[in-house]
Design a binder for this molecule. Structure first.
Ligand SMILES: Cc1ncc(COP(=O)(O)O)c(C=O)c1O
Ligand SMILES: Nc1c(O)cccc1C(=O)C[C@H](N)C(=O)O
Length: 398
């Protein structure tokens, strides 16, 4: 056993989150793709079977009330809230992240009192850029793509809002949410954050830092399952002014009043649109039970320890100069993934997956390794680096 493997074993033995791994269905593979699709929490299959067989199969229509289906979007929003530093009543679950980006950006421009510029993170995951462009065009605003480090200085008197990623999907860089939010506020603009790659991996502090609007998915570090519904956060003090561009009947003050004109419900509920996707939503609710007794601060501490250790193992096992990290070494700038630039990255990742190390590849030359502290071990980190070293040392990859 190498010294690093021995060190991994002792780090695992001392890991306060070690037993949380048993709350997931895992196999012998080293699964480092929880930043794309989180692993299956063990309680989900039984709960989904119960929803299908009893709540749908036997209770049928009564389940909207008796099984709590109707209020699931706000109930599950309140379950996510402490993980992102939000008090209850500000998050509703539903729709995709893309749809929630649309609601948030249009609503932000509508609340801006005539401002006509939207800033978007220039390195964003593409959907946010596409949707922000359309939202800007529809509201008569101009869209300007700006690197996250320049958003604070780019905001001016015309800026209605900026849409920024908390953690960059490709590099794993953590953007400075407190200072960017404060700078946007000084310019009189609203801060809209995409939390897809941070929620469930690190503290977000939505309420403490005065974030205005936020969106995020639940299938990554929140382990809600493929296509699990996303969420939108609407800061309490903005709720009465939040004018949704998708005013569906589920966001109406009196949905069963069947009235001809729209009157928005009080609170974050006005962020709802149409009938919620109950099967996915209740699978997500069951998935969130893995968080019982887990503090997000402990998750962050383990995430940083895992990514530090992985980077050390990569330096030890991979010949010098073959890969370079796109992920910052500074803890204050790092999310919960490590992105390595590497020649033939697509082929290298296919070979890694063939050998049981599951990460992913992003164009043009990026190997991504996501670390989900709830179920990733230090041994996983060490094994992944060792297998990477052996793939890159092999004929054809040198
Ligand atoms: C930062 C970010 N935003 C948005 C999305 C897309 O969200 P959705 O497919 O739920 O609309 C993703 C990943 O798919 C993402 O990484
Ligand atoms: N949402 C995904 C999907 O439906 C299929 C495959 C991957 C995804 C992802 O989430 C990709 C992810 N947002 C990324 O960071 O690249």
């Amino acid at each position: 056993m190498s010294d690093l493997m021995r060190e991994a074993a002792s780090l695992d033995a001392a890991d306060p989150l070690r037993s949380v791994r048993d709350r997931f269905v895992l196999d012998d593979a080293v699964y480092l793709d929880g930043n794309s699709l989180g692993a299956l929490p063990a309680g989900v299959p039984g709960r989904v079977a119960d929803v299908v067989e009893r709540e749908w199969g036997r209770l049928r229509i009564r389940s909207w009330g008796e099984s709590g289906w109707w209020t699931a979007p706000e109930r599950i929003g309140d379950r996510i809230a402490p993980l992102v530093g939000a008090a209850p009543g500000q998050i509703v679950v539903g729709d995709s992240t893309s749809v929630n980006v649309f609601k948030a950006v249009v609503a932000a421009v509508r609340m801006s009192g005539g401002r006509d510029e939207v800033l978007v993170d220039g390195t964003t995951f593409p959907t946010d850029g596409y949707i922000a462009e359309s939202a800007a065009r529809m509201t008569g605003a101009t869209l300007r793509a700006v690197p996250p480090s320049e958003i604070a200085s780019a905001a001016g008197p015309r800026t209605a809002a900026a849409l920024v990623n908390h953690v960059d999907y490709k590099t794993g860089r953590l953007n400075d949410l407190p200072s960017i939010t404060a700078a946007l506020h000084s310019a009189g603009a609203l801060a809209v954050w995409d939390l897809c790659h941070s929620a469930g991996a690190l503290p977000v502090g939505l309420d403490s830092y005065g974030v205005d609007l936020a969106v995020g998915c639940t299938y990554k570090y929140l382990n809600g399952g493929p296509g699990a519904p996303a969420y939108v956060y609407i800061r309490k003090s903005l709720q009465s002014a939040f004018d949704s561009p998708l005013p569906g009947w589920n966001g109406h003050a009196e949905p069963f009043g069947m009235r001809a004109s729209f009157e928005a419900a009080d609170g974050a509920v006005r962020g709802r649109v149409g009938t919620p996707d109950i099967l996915s939503m209740l699978a997500l609710e069951a998935a969130l039970e893995v968080w019982d007794g887990v503090e997000i601060a402990a998750v962050r501490a383990k995430s940083l320890a895992l990514t530090d250790f992985f980077l050390r193992c990569v330096s030890a096992f991979v010949p010098a100069g073959v890969v370079s990290s796109l992920t910052p070494f500074e803890h204050a700038e790092r999310g919960s993934q490590v992105a390595l630039r590497c020649a033939d990255a697509g082929k290298v990742m296919a070979e890694l997956i063939g050998r049981g190390v599951i990460g992913d590849f992003r164009e043009p030359d990026v190997l991504r390794f996501g670390f989900t502290p709830l179920y990733t071990s230090f041994e996983d980190a060490c094994t992944a680096a060792r297998v990477l070293g052996s793939v890159l040392g092999q004929e054809g990859f040198r």
